[in-house]
Write a protein that binds this ligand. Structure first.
Ligand code: PBG
Length: 323
């Protein structure tokens, strides 16, 4: 049936009818807010490439967490910046490391907030790579697994609710799962950065986390942005190894991957609306070229529409004010 019997505009004539036929809507329950934790006291350092985002010392984070709770944001994702970096990232798994302290503080002061911890080595290694190197200068995948598992276990011991490995080493989900299970943390879910692409949209994050690689790049572990079949194989492997939630990252340039992952596996699926996606909108708005709120809502709705059950976004606080 075509025009004139069918008039699509009938259902667009006013906001009430538009809201009745709306297919996708955002809820604050969809959001996970990333936080950067640093050593020291009374610190709240702005990140110049990410307006509105800060590095917090654990004491300062306490107030931030209260605000997050008041805004009904259900979950946070923690990244730690250690006091000292070394070649093997030993700051990642210390019982009193920054992330471990932050987890304890949050679970003491706001137990309702879901605490997800990013498990990776790039913030903790002096070379800024997500793994450790063998004497011959190549990345040592299997030796890295050992350290990642120690890091994950230390997060669980501190009280983390969900463990999120973002390093892209082969076999890490299974390795971490086994380590958690052997230590009676069989009930802690793993949110795997399953299809994590090598992306130039991460650069503002590397200012925030002080994690830029000091030589080379991450192409030998993060995925080639041209590949969707490989992304599906990565997700299949992570599910096989025990991932409870799978993630696609970044979100915007990979919405097709997100949709394919959701359609194929029908698993709880997270999308990471990464730093560059955030900063682009902030910059466009600061220039007066874009309406920040409207563009933000359009972008986040597209991520949900493509299949995300959860959205990790630096916009979570801004969204909370609207929803
Ligand atoms: C750590 C990690 C990165 C991000 C999340 N976890 C950086 C990277 O892989 O270089 C990026 C997040 C963002 O850009 O917002 N491996």
């Amino acid at each position: 049936m075509g025009f004139p019997e069918n008039r699509m505009r009938r259902l667009r004539s006013n906001e009430t009818i538009r809201s009745m036929v709306r297919e996708t809507s955002l809820s604050i329950n969809d959001f996970i807010y990333p936080l950067f934790v640093i050593y020291g006291k009374n610190k709240k350092n702005p990140i110049s490439s990410m307006p509105g985002v800060f590095q917090f010392s654990v004491d300062k984070l306490k107030k931030e967490i209260k605000e997050i709770k008041a805004m009904n944001i259900p979950a946070v994702l923690l990244f730690g910046i250690p006091e000292h970096k070394d070649s093997c990232g030993s700051g990642a798994y210390q019982a009193n490391g920054v992330v471990q302290q932050a987890v304890k503080m949050i679970k003491d002061s706001c137990p309702e907030i879901m605490v997800i911890t990013d498990v990776c080595l790039c913030e903790y290694t002096d070379h800024g790579h997500c793994g450790v190197f063998a004497p011959n200068g190549t990345l040592n995948n299997d030796a890295t697994l050992e350290i990642l598992a120690k890091e994950a276990l230390s997060h669980a011991e501190a009280g983390a609710d969900i463990i999120a490995p973002s390093d892209m080493m082969d076999g890490r989900v299974g390795y971490i799962r086994k380590c958690l299970d052997e230590n009676s943390y069989q009930d802690i879910p793993i949110m795997a950065y399953a299809a994590k692409f090598y992306s130039s949209f991460y650069s503002p994050f590397r200012d925030a986390a002080d994690s830029a690689p000091q030589f080379g790049d991450r192409k030998s572990y993060q995925m080639d942005g041209a590949n969707i079949n490989e992304a599906l194989r990565e997700v299949a492997l992570d599910i096989e190894e025990g991932a409870d939630i799978v993630m696609v990252k970044p979100a915007l340039a990979y919405l097709d991957v997100l949709k394919a992952v959701k359609d194929k596996f029908n698993y709880p699926t997270a999308a990471y609306n990464v730093s560059g996606e955030y900063s682009m909108i902030k910059a466009g708005a600061a220039c007066g070229w874009l309406d920040e709120q409207k563009v933000m809502m359009e972008v986040l709705t597209s991520i949900k529409r493509a299949g995300a059950d959860m959205i990790i976004s630096y916009f979570a606080r801004d969204v909370a004010k609207i929803l």
